[in-house]
Design a protein around this ligand. Sequence first.
Ligand code: SF4
Ligand code: SF4
Ligand code: SF4
Length: 354
Amino acid sequence: MLETLFPTLSRVRFVVQLAMLFLTVYGSVVVGTYAADKITGALPALSCAYDQANGAYCVLVPTQHQVHHRIGMAMVQAQQLTTQMVLPLLMVLLTFFAFFFVIGKAFCGWVCPLGTLQEWVGKIGRRFGFGVRRFEKGDLGEVKRIRPVKWVVLLGFVFLLPLLTGLGVTPHSLGNPYCDICPSRIATTLLTGNTEELALRINDGWKFGLGATANVLIGFMLVGGLALRLPFCRICPLLAFNSVFQRLSPMRLSKPTRASCGSCHICTDACPMDIPEISSAEGRKAYNEDCTLCGRCVEYCPQDKVIELKWGPLALFGSSRAYYKAKVARELPDGTVKPLKFVRNAAKPATADA
Ligand code: SF4
Ligand code: SF4
Ligand code: SF4
């Protein structure tokens, strides 16, 4: 019987096609809109949703809707995120790492304008007879106690507060808090003749507080720097940031483990960051997180090739007794030099009176 009705597969297929055409086009007329909607909705069908006579549901309708309203919008947002955040951040980080790879922490000792200014203020101090105020000798406990501050500044002012501000937790005024307290912002603009950065914003409490902190820091740097060596560098977040990656750069300070160090501590005296490890440690530990790769320890180490500034396997500059002798004749390891003539003359009567 069935074979008479459906002798071939093609015939079966034809009947099914006919039934489905009827269902998808006129289905709602026969089974009601609700049932047709359920039936056709369950089919991966191309039954047109615009046809009011059926209860059809076409999978392409919500697909287009999702592509249009969701995926399209998401792509626009992703594009905005890419162009406004990911790419600029990537460029900044890539430039930083390319630059950092080549010179490493020598950025601090050789490039940073704030480092240079502090060093020059110190030199002026020596010329005007200000003695060098050393941080605690021996264990150098003060130096080690100060070290965590730069990490707190980095995490709190460079990462945490801007993030919390972006999330709407902290006020808008705390969006770039490190820039607001940075003495380099004031120092470098002052050097161009611009005094605006010294001004305080009195209509915004947070900005006022941060700006006042920057003014105190630059004041301390200029006055305290006459006697203290690199006072701001000790709490600088960039020093902390650089030290995270200092082992990635071929530029480094090298003090081999079997170097014939006499533990004379002259290198620590010469170090503007008062780093005790350079005289007491060797190998990796001698290259400390506070090191600015300035090279003074290399200049003042009286032993041949005990400390070296290296770029990869290349020794750029190594300690030598001959160099030490010539150097120490002009300037003592802690930076003390002969004061200017009028300062020496002015000091003489005071000594005589005493
Ligand atoms: S520690 Fe900071 S202020 Fe000092 S030289 Fe380095 S980047 Fe400049
Ligand atoms: S100056 Fe040279 S010899 Fe003296 S403690 Fe430093 S590394 Fe050792
Ligand atoms: S350890 Fe040497 S190179 Fe590093 S900051 Fe001190 S003196 Fe400069």
